[in-house]
Design a protein around this ligand. Structure first.
Ligand code: F0G
Length: 373
């Protein structure tokens, strides 16, 4: 083959890679977008659905799959909803966007805000968000406000601020938490992708639940594909909260939520009602998993599947493992666990479980000695 042909071929391959479909474009028929909506993208969506053969075998559920949402541009599922929310905010003439966050929403808002050149304000519970997420927001130039309270207090303050400004006629900032309907619209596309990859809906969809936007979004996505005649069934939704922050399990708000999974350290989920509806309509459950079960799942997802997610994400697999052990899942069922965020977000959590490196001098002999070979 001539050199120029090789180059042309390589270029063609690159063009194909560059032509990664834009989330808002590909799913335009299902999204509230129109000709005036800016067609922005950072490459969100199209995340891998990985067949977890090792863990599946270990828990007796061979058709276990993982939806790896940490592969989104800012490392979490939030980007799917944020791209739509920010595009709509721009379409509607917003000059700033604001959110309360346990970290991932903040990182995502900061990135998309930077991309469109709008001011971003993120309000976080002081000292309670993972280091990587805070750094992402700071790196993208967001204004970060840390409040002395938990996420629920931060969200309540931000909502009051936005409503108050709105009422005074001085709309300054668009709220981009998942109470913003465009966030849910964008996030539902993950359910579409799961159906496309499996050739139909799974039997079970397991997902961590915090503020309850994501479970609401997935259920909507599955329902819309059913209504469109693209799938014939919908999954049972299995939502998992951390035991110390499980208001939807106990049936009442948790005043002082507490869990190692800081992303879902939420005592009063804004979309709680919709989550319960998704549970009931799907014949599913919302249950609690302990921090110990979350950390065990977190460790094993990395060790046995090579997928490093953040602790909150592992709640989905922790819950599925627990249900499988209790014989509550059909072994022939297709199960999808959503892994919502990347492990690199929370280096402190990883470090607490890691053993220190072996020390050795820089020679083969010393390496051999250190390894005991
Ligand atoms: N997993 C991760 C990694 C999250 O960051 C969140 C929520 C959830 C699960 C729960 O999703 O709230 O839709 O039920 N993080 C929000 C934030 C609250 O501010 O980043 P949910």
């Amino acid at each position: 083959m001539r050199m120029s042909d090789v180059l042309r071929q390589l270029r063609q391959q690159r063009t194909t890679a560059d032509a990664r479909p834009r989330l808002m474009e590909r799913y335009a028929a299902f999204l509230p977008v129109n000709g005036d909506t800016p067609n922005i993208t950072l490459g969100e969506g199209y995340t891998p659905l990985v067949h977890a053969r090792n863990l599946g075998r270990m828990i007796g559920a061979p058709l276990l799959h993982l939806k790896v949402e940490g592969m989104n541009p800012t490392g979490s599922f939030k980007d799917r909803g944020m791209v739509v929310a920010v595009a709509k905010a721009m379409e509607e003439g917003a000059r700033a966007i604001i959110c309360a966050s346990t970290g991932n929403t903040a990182a995502s808002a900061a990135a998309y805000g930077a991309a469109v050149g709008v001011e971003v304000v993120v309000v976080i519970p002081e000292g309670q968000i993972a280091a990587g997420k805070l750094m992402q927001a700071q790196a993208a130039g967001a204004r970060v406000v840390a409040v002395t309270g938990n996420f629920d207090a931060a969200l309540s303050a931000v909502r009051e601020l936005v409503d108050g400004t709105d009422a005074a006629g001085g709309l300054t900032a668009t709220l981009v938490n998942s109470v913003n309907p465009y966030r849910i619209e964008g996030q539902k596309t993950a359910a579409f992708e799961v159906c496309e990859d499996l050739g139909g809906a799974p039997d079970y969809l397991a997902i961590p639940v915090g503020n309850a936007g994501n479970i609401t979004a997935y259920w909507r996505g599955f329902s819309e594909y059913l209504d469109a005649g693209l799938v014939e069934t919908r999954p049972r939704m299995l939502g998992f909260q951390a035991a110390g922050a499980a208001p939807l399990v106990s049936g009442h708000a948790v005043e002082h939520p507490d869990t190692v999974a800081t992303a879902i350290k939420i005592g009063q989920p804004a979309s709680g009602e919709q989550a319960l509806r998704a549970r009931d309509e799907s014949g599913g459950v919302i249950e609690a998993v302990t921090d110990e079960e979350i950390l065990g799942a977190y460790r094993d997802l990395a060790r046995y599947e090579g997928i490093f997610c953040e602790p909150a994400s592992a709640a989905s697999f922790a819950g599925v493992r627990k249900m499988a052990a209790a014989g509550r899942l059909d072994p022939g069922a297709t199960i999808v666990c959503v892994l919502t965020g990347h492990g690199l977000k929370d280096p402190d959590a990883a470090q607490r479980l890691a053993s220190p490196p072996h020390l050795a001098g820089p020679s083969a002999t010393e390496l051999r000695a250190a390894l005991g070979w």
